[in-house]
Design a protein around this ligand. Sequence first.
Ligand SMILES: Cc1cc2nc3c(=O)[nH]c(=O)nc-3n(C[C@H](O)[C@H](O)[C@H](O)COP(=O)(O)OP(=O)(O)OC[C@H]3O[C@@H](n4cnc5c(N)ncnc54)[C@H](O)[C@@H]3O)c2cc1C
Length: 699
Amino acid sequence: MSTLDKILSAGRRARDASGALLGQNWGKSGWKASGRALAAGEVPQRIIPGPPPSAAGDEESLDVWGFKDTGFSIDARGVVKLTGTRYELCGEELPNLVPWIEDVMAIQIEPRDVHESAYPVKIPEPIRNAAFQDAIRTFLAEDQLTDAPQIRLRHGHGHTQEEMYAIKYGQVKRVPDLVVYPSEEEHVIRMVELAKEHGCCLIPYGGGTNVTDALKCPADEKRTIVSVDMRRMNRVLWIDPANRIACIQSGAVGRHIAKQLADYGFTMGHEPDSIEFSTLGGWIATHASGMKKNKYGNIEDIVQDFNAVTSDGLLARHDINPREAVGADPRRFMFGSEGNLGIITQAIVKLFPLPEVQRYGSVLFPDFRSGVAFMYDLQQEGTPPASVRLVDNIQFQFSMALKPAKTGIAVQKSRLEKLFVTKVKGFDPEKMVACTLVFEGPDAEVSNQEDTVYRLATRHGGMKAGGENGRKGYQLTFGIAYIRDFVMKHYVIAESFETSVPWSKAIQLCDNVKRRVNKEHAAAVLPGRPFITCRVTQVYQTGVCIYFYLAFSYKGVKDPSHAFAQIELAARDEILQSGGSLSHHHGVGKLRKKFLPQIMSDAALSWNARTKQAVDPDNIFGVRNQQMADEMSFDVPVAPAANSKTDSDRAANSTAAKAKTAVKAKAMRKPAAKKTTSKAPARKNPARKKASPKSSPAN
Ligand SMILES: Cc1cc2nc3c(=O)[nH]c(=O)nc-3n(C[C@H](O)[C@H](O)[C@H](O)COP(=O)(O)OP(=O)(O)OC[C@H]3O[C@@H](n4cnc5c(N)ncnc54)[C@H](O)[C@@H]3O)c2cc1C
């Protein structure tokens, strides 16, 4: 059972207990949403839950992903294990993993050959602003601010490969100078006022899980950079059971939100794979998406309202109503604002009753195409279950390689199953793929969905593979998040990236990206073969979200992180050329900002830049994500064009990209700007044509 499953079933038990406690129309699915009770005025008052669950024993690692007590290790035999007890995989011997990786990537992994981490690499000295620090001490306690080097380092990065490589093997140019922990909205308001008065730069910090360099500090920022860590603003302030909404502080982490709402029979239904560590504020600021969005929606569907402290003051509303037409709503700008515009302090979210039943499912398909065809029909003809995911053949094999060692009867059973699938059903092990499903809702609705799923699966040659395999597939999600930092020690560098794309272009996009990665890997003469695999993680009426994993061996490679960035940028370029979006849910940050001119018109970019200039003229929120702030302070490698081979081609592309940045910087510059150091000439960007007119999803 996963941590979340445990939370939800404990929640169901607690809900019944709280029903008895609250004594008002509480039943098996939370407060009984009875119209009669509502009309009679018998609705429960707002509930004020207690403090969030204790985080004692949940210490997080500073140099790698996840909880400190959990991590992959390898013994002298090459057998891999996940330490700790948090996940089902923990403690199991995984003898097939390394041999499988070696085979797929055409490399050798020698257990004793470890790239020793130099964490923490040299941490820059803080730039102090004594007047600001003295002023915030008048309302913050001594334990609400720190300039401890490793804490500052942790607040200056998320989880991109480039950042995780840099803190262990590279160098870090700039990190926050001070970390503060406000515990109420008033602290944030006063902090912003003081930052304006004393000339500081503020960067909001949620869980630090972003994968877009969104927390990376601009290298040339001369002001004191203050990381505003929201972890102490972590309470569910109230739950309104009758109207199914809750008000939650923005620093609350997903796993605590899930637990507290489940105690009262509710869920907000937002379950990103990072739910254990990411926060409500971070979700809004990055435009996040959870695995069960089919049933509950993406973050923008779930969040009804929020407060945000900006340079201009507090964005807030007096009432919260189901839908309004009140003109342009400035708070919409905060979705995807990535720390550029202000600090979200609390949000009101929709609630759903905990599902009456939750069941898993899985289906095998002969190949990726038939799997996509099935998903298309499911989306068009039925109501897709809460989650439906399709992994390609490599990812399917990967999940097999992660299976614990079998003994006794289990060996025989597994052999027979394999024989049945390959010999009787005729599936090719090198082509077959798997689809995993989570059904949630009332029993009748779930049964109905199951009927539709398995009927449509048969139409596409699918074979039912059981609920247990489905459950295990989802179970792996949280465990395998630890694998990237583990393989990095063994000279394998890895990263995931995602896109959304119309149905009609989905299969082609996957093929194109895989082909391009292989081509770039060969051109760069890197060791072995690249690991490039994808899965379809979300379905929409109009298309899908596709998630890629990319890895390669960096043994003997001079600048692995740079080599990786080049291939990843090429892959992103291929995604855009194949009709995909710049991002489905990870966002832009600094990693993808150079692509913005390719996807937005001049006017659209200018609106963003001028909004930032108008609402934050002193650039207090100076994290410089996207192209909202002034000029970029450091170079991000630029993807070579699809067929450019020579160095001069690459240089030309790089110059063009710098020029694009300069154009944007100009749109943004204040009349009295102190610093304008653009080196490249400002000129119109021909690639901009792509942005309009909008191409039809059907072409
Ligand atoms: C293993 C793994 C799995 C992931 N799975 C998913 C997934 O399934 N779906 C998904 O959408 N993403 C996923 N992500 C990406 C990441 O978890 C999300 O982007 C998440 O929303 C970031 O939240 P955070 O609290 O960690 O924000 P941070 O990383 O701390 O910050 C991200 C950005 O938001 C800003 N910010 C943070 N808090 C606030 C605030 N209160 N007010 C204003 N700005 C703020 C920061 O300044 C920064 O620019 C995953 C990442 C990892 C490493």
